[in-house]
Design a protein around this ligand. Structure first.
Ligand SMILES: Cc1ncc(COP(=O)(O)O)c(C=O)c1O
Length: 470
């Protein structure tokens, strides 16, 4: 144990210094594919090695191949934060190394998960009745939600499979995250089982088009099962009109799943609640604390108003897992595919207690302010175009000098992105909106200040000037 203590001190010291200095490292790993593997021995060590050597190789071989999500100028995808309390919670969880399959295999992990998620439900302004479980990612959470929807609409599928049955359909917008389509494929409905509904000019699912889509599928004998609305789409941050969508889903008796993986934490802010009106009518909601709630990877919450449907879809109890702990004992294995479960609630509990609801709101509010600030700079600039209103913290925009054709503008934007990312000063990602290459600047890191977003924006405008000269 003396050795363990000494090495643990070295590790903690490394982490603390890293977090202090990460802003001085290149954000995007400055290496080529294969470089990391080429630096490692081809064969495993015959004999055990000293921990000092492991830590040295971690520093020298692994860290240079890291893209630093902790960097305050990480603006790609959806930026996130492994906050101090979250990291420490993760350390303790890994030390405890429990597996909360059933209540008795770790009562505290099971109950803390239910309790912490109930706290967060309150902070998000959701009514009682939503039962939360933690999964690794939103992709899993949405898969489980849609499996529950399949259970509702096609209960025979669990026993008989899908062959010979009606073809199930899940509705979502063309702007929905790819995880929804993946879930539908995984559930056996194929890509044809996703009916992608058109969006309006602000990239929001059109409820009228949704209604027509359901009616036309019904007319051809298909089986509508679920609707997925998104609060904070990946490409534009748009917010689907969930109250109107709930009307349609209810009219046809369909499961309503809300993908708030990114946008969800913003519901903590009273002034943003208007964007969430109607989400309380959903059957299930996914929110990812590992995106915008300061919790280290991975932690995705599935809130479900009808948890019995999840159990109906997933519960399967072999003799070796049978327990008799009574009604009050939740067995988390009944809510999804995985039997084994990490103690993820601990880090989230730490995060919520350390910041408090007001503290979390204050930080999210600041990220939104920064996102909108960038949006304002884009709008002030004649050669740049803001592609969507900035509702949360991710402005999306493109360089669009009027003298260039849309195709030339696309090339310019790709060039700007490549130049800016190669600099190592900041990291941005891109998408396509209305078919045009679009840059994204996502604010979600606790270390990001106004100075960082200003420098990020200046890097882009400088890159645009350089790209225009070639
Ligand atoms: C709106 C939305 N839903 C779902 C996901 C998938 O998240 P995860 O990586 O947790 O599966 C993302 C990822 O960015 C997303 O933006």
């Amino acid at each position: 144990m003396e050795d363990f203590r000494a090495h643990a001190e070295d590790v903690v010291e490394w982490i603390a210094t890293y977090l202090e200095e990460v802003g001085q490292l290149p954000v995007l790993a400055q290496i080529e594919p294969g470089d990391v593997r080429a630096s490692l021995p081809l064969e495993p060590p015959e004999e055990g090695e000293g921990f000092e050597t492991l830590l040295r190789d971690f520093r020298d071989l692994i860290v240079p191949g890291i893209t630093h999500w902790n960097h305050p100028s990480f603006f790609a995808y959806f930026a996130n934060t492994g906050s101090g309390p979250g990291i420490l919670g993760e350390m303790l969880a890994s030390a405890l190394n429990v597996n909360a399959m059933v209540w008795r295999s770790c009562p505290a992990a099971t109950e803390l998960e239910e309790h912490t998620l109930d706290w967060l439900r309150q902070a998000l302004g959701l009514p009682e009745g939503f039962h939360g479980t933690i999964n690794d990612t939103a992709s899993s959470s949405s898969l489980y939600a849609l499996a529950a929807a399949r259970e509702q609409g096609l209960p025979q599928a669990r026993m008989e499979g899908l062959a010979g049955g009606p073809s199930g359909v899940i509705y979502t917008s063309v702007e929905a995250h790819s995880s929804i389509e993946k879930a539908v494929i995984t559930l056996g409905f194929g890509t044809h089982g996703v009916h992608k509904v058109e969006v309006d000019e602000l990239f929001r699912l059109d409820p009228g088009a949704l209604r027509s889509a359901i009616e036309s599928d019904l007319a051809t004998g298909r089986k509508p099962l679920a609707v997925v609305a998104t609060l904070g789409t990946t490409s534009s941050g748009s917010v689907d009109p969930v109250a109107e969508i709930a009307e349609v889903a209810e009219a046809f008796g369909l499961w309503l799943h809300v993908d708030a993986a990114y946008g969800g934490p913003a519901a903590i802010l009273p002034e943003l609640r208007e964007h969430f009106l109607g989400w309380e009518r959903a059957d299930s909601i996914v929110v990812n604390p590992h995106k915008w709630l300061f919790t280290p990877m991975d932690c995705s919450i599935l809130y479900c108003r009808r948890p019995e449907m999840l159990r109906q879809a997933f519960s399967l109890i072999p003799e070796y897992l049978h327990t008799d702990d009574g009604e009050g004992a939740t067995n988390l294995m009944d809510y999804g595919i995985s039997l084994g479960r990490r103690f993820r609630a601990l880090k989230l509990w730490f995060v919520i207690r350390y910041f408090g609801v007001l503290g979390m709101a204050e930080r999210i509010r600041e990220h939104i302010r920064l996102g909108r600030l960038v949006g304002g700079w884009v709008e002030e600039h004649t050669d740049w175009e803001l592609m969507a209103p900035v509702i949360f913290s991710t402005p999306v925009f493109r360089y669009a000098p009027s003298a260039r054709s849309p195709e030339e503008q696309d090339e310019l934007n790709q060039n700007i992105l490549d130049r800016a990312n190669a600099s190592g000063e900041a990291f941005f990602s891109s998408t396509r909106l209305n078919g045009r290459l679009t840059l994204r600047l996502s604010v979600g890191n606790l270390r990001t200040t106004e100075d960082h977003v200003r420098r990020g924006w200046e890097l882009l405008t400088r890159s645009a000037e350089a790209a225009s000269r070639v």
